[in-house]
Design a protein around this ligand. Structure first.
Ligand code: NAP
Length: 246
């Protein structure tokens, strides 16, 4: 389905990003996996994909760093010969109620979750425009749609990502570049493993499908959005939340 395509996925060392990289590779794409802090995790993800016979390479890149992400995009284009699919998945939380939230925690979350996506889009857009084609998939969150107490920084970053998605979809449509967002609900990863047991149980009771999602659920949607079948979808925000925010 994605044979001959090259995908760049940020935050691909573990969790949803790793599952997206694996699913895109399974669908035929070659994959560049970017991650920031844990080199062994992202190397291992790339090695597992490469073992299946698909080209995969790991890169260390803090997406919030404008110049490093530029350098990294250039490295990927040099190594793979181009990029067709960008998945902005890297994300962090620094949860606290506003009264106790430190300004640096607000800034850091915006830097990674929103500015990180801006950086990668900015560095790859020219390449996509020249090729007259490309797919951008931004991993937002239902918190960016409904808000969430204790996550004003995270929710603001994810709502910002939706605005970025819709604006870029309008800017780039004439060049055959689609830009969409996925808004996951509660997905079992290291990020949600930090939640206290009581909060997890309370959240589960609110999910009509009565279970947390799996990274593979989100990955399947990313593969669809990257495929030819989704060529006429742009500027959309698709929830993947088991009905949490119906
Ligand atoms: P995760 O398990 O914590 O993984 C996040 C990944 O992002 C890690 O590999 C992490 O690597 C990387 N990362 C963090 N900061 C980075 C930076 N500055 N530059 C590059 N990579 C960076 O989280 P996840 O649950 O898979 O979440 C993936 C995405 O889905 C995030 O954007 C998250 O907001 C979104 N999401 C998740 C859920 C959920 O329920 N899990 C729900 C809605 C949305 P290092 O730590 O090694 O840097």
């Amino acid at each position: 389905m994605l044979e001959g395509k090259i995908a760049l996925i940020t935050g691909a060392g573990r969790g949803i990003g790793r599952a997206i990289a694996a699913a895109l590779a399974e669908a035929g794409a070659e994959v560049a996996l970017l991650d920031a802090g844990r080199p062994e995790e992202v190397q291992e993800s790339a090695a597992q994909i490469a073992a299946l016979g698909r080209k995969a390479k790991a890169y260390l890149c803090d997406v919030g760093d404008y110049w490093r992400s530029k350098e990294c995009v250039e490295q990927v284009i040099g190594d793979f010969g181009g990029v067709d699919i960008l998945v902005n998945n890297a994300g962090i939380t620094r949860d606290a109620l506003l009264l106790s939230m430190k300004p640096e925690d607000f800034a850091e979350v915006l830097d990674v979750n929103l500015k990180g996506a801006f950086n990668l889009c900015k560095h790859l857009c020219g390449h996509f425009i020249k090729k007259r084609g490309g797919r951008i998939i931004n991993i937002s969150s239902v918190s960016g749609i409904s808000g969430n107490a204790g996550q004003s920084n995270y929710s603001a970053s994810k709502a910002g990502l939706i605005g970025l998605t819709k604006s870029l979809a309008r800017e780039l449509a004439s060049r055959n570049i689609t830009v969409n967002a996925i808004a996951p609900g509660f997905i079992e990863t290291e990020m949600t493993a930090k939640l206290p047991e009581k909060a997890r149980e309370a959240l589960l009771t609110q999910i009509p499908l009565k279970r947390a999602g799996k990274p593979e659920d989100v990955a399947a949607l990313a593969v669809f959005l990257a495929s030819d079948s989704a060529a006429y979808i742009t500027g959309e925000v698709i929830k993947m939340d088991g009905g949490l925010c119906i």
